[in-house]
Write a protein that binds this ligand. Structure first.
Ligand code: SF4
Length: 412
């Protein structure tokens, strides 16, 4: 990163939250509402108004990605998605490379989509509207499992969605699978994995099902009506995913993510390396680096002198739309992370990437070696065989990968 005040363009991701779904899955605690009728126009107007109002605060950044998440943004009318994509591109036009930065390709533009919502016309319109990557929420290729998860699609729809997306011109397809479902045999998960690999996606994410408090799943687990597989079985499934996906040419590059070379997720990569992101839409979060003081805004200061400002938008979609429409959209909350908190967050997120944290880069960015900023935790994790401390790199061991969340908690 360049020095503050020198306007070296820094990478930016724009996240657009679409807070609506057609129905609510029993395990989900995301910021979303099930609605029969979607406010396509009104929601787009609010998002466009927010982009116009907030983009100037982010001037000078280099747009690397736009990510439509939710909720189910695949339900949003394609012309409204295209209007938002165009507005973001207009707000952050590409600048010539400066400061010796390597040139990079056009921004990655991703829309999350449920397979049941994919039809040829809609996919074609999204592609024509500037979307170049789809994230398909396949979750499983077993009808019983999909039913248990409360998904609206079945196995046939998932397979069809993938093929329709390819036919519509999407050369970059990401697919999600969930493992560790109640009563899920390892062999059945293996079947989903193998069939997914046969389709040839560029990117696969595998998530262990977590039972979130307050969800119908949590109530059923609490009442003993659902039983999750034990930890050993979950580890077997994770190891199996690593093995089968590697054999299919998908490199394991982050705790839950696998990709073909050059197809690693750009947008999530920004989160993992502590870059800035502008979140628009109900419940969206943003992270912006700001000068900690007047002194830190002066010439010759570095990124280490800045604090991270994290902002959350109002969660209720109707309140969000009213506020954005009336030009009085304020944050629901703003939190400032000082240098110490930023470093710890950078450790927590950076270790999720399997290549680990490059110690010289960390020192340049945060002004201290990563081992020195959490010496006791690093020594402890190293002694437990969870963390490898090498002269230039800090990374999770194979065992550390299995306990990545626990390792992360040590730094927060
Ligand atoms: S489709 Fe996704 S966001 Fe919507 S309820 Fe299901 S899991 Fe949650």
């Amino acid at each position: 990163m360049g020095p503050v005040g020198n306007q070296v363009a820094e990478d930016l991701g724009v996240y657009v939250h679409f807070p609506f779904c057609a129905s609510r899955c029993p395990y989900c605690d995301f910021a979303t509402e099930a609605r029969a009728t979607l406010p396509h126009e009104a929601y787009a107007d609010a998002v466009l108004a927010e982009i116009a109002a907030r983009a100037p605060d982010w001037a000078g950044r280099t747009l690397r990605s736009i990510y439509f998440g939710g909720g189910t943004p695949g339900l949003w009318r394609a012309d409204r998605v295209a209007a938002v994509v165009a507005a973001v591109h207009a707000a952050f036009p590409p600048a010539p490379a400066t400061g010796g930065r390597a040139p990079h390709g056009p921004p990655e533009v991703t829309v999350e989509m449920n397979p049941g919502d994919a039809d040829a016309a809609h996919l074609g319109a999204l592609r024509a509207g500037g979307v170049n990557r789809l994230s398909l929420g396949i979750q499983s290729l077993d009808d019983d499992e999909l039913k248990l998860l409360g998904r609206r699609h079945g196995r046939a729809a998932a397979l069809a969605a993938f093929r329709l997306a390819r036919a519509a011109g999407f050369e970059n397809l990401a697919c999600d699978l969930i493992f560790g479902l109640p009563a899920q045999p390892v062999a059945r998960f293996a079947g989903s994995l193998d069939e997914l690999c046969d389709l040839g996606p560029e990117h696969v994410s595998v998530y262990n099902l977590t039972v979130e408090e307050g969800t119908p799943f949590a109530a059923q687990v609490g009442a003993g009506r659902l039983r999750l597989p034990d930890g050993g079985v979950q580890v077997d499934m994770y190891e199996l995913a690593r093995e089968r996906l590697a054999a299919a040419g998908l490199r394991h590059y982050e705790v839950s993510n696998f990709a073909r070379a050059g197809r690693e997720a750009v947008h999530n990569g920004l989160y993992w390396r502590g870059a800035e992101y502008l979140g628009v839409g109900a419940a969206a979060h943003s992270l912006r680096l700001v000068a900690a003081s007047d002194r830190a805004a002066g010439p010759g200061t570095t990124a280490a002198d800045r604090v991270a400002e994290r902002r959350a938008n109002p969660r209720d979609p109707d309140a969000y739309m009213r506020a954005a429409r009336d030009g009085r959209l304020g944050p629901a909350s703003v939190e400032r992370l000082g240098p110490e908190a930023r470093r710890r967050e950078a450790l927590w997120l950076g270790l999720r990437v399997l290549d680990g944290i490059w110690r010289p880069d960390f020192r340049a960015q945060y002004g201290v070696d990563p081992v020195d900023c959490a010496a006791a935790a690093c020594a402890d994790l190293q002694a437990q065989g969870l963390l490898a401390v090498e002269p230039e790199v800090l990374r999770l061991t194979h065992r550390g990968l299995l306990f990545a969340d626990e390792v992360g908690m040590r730094f927060l």
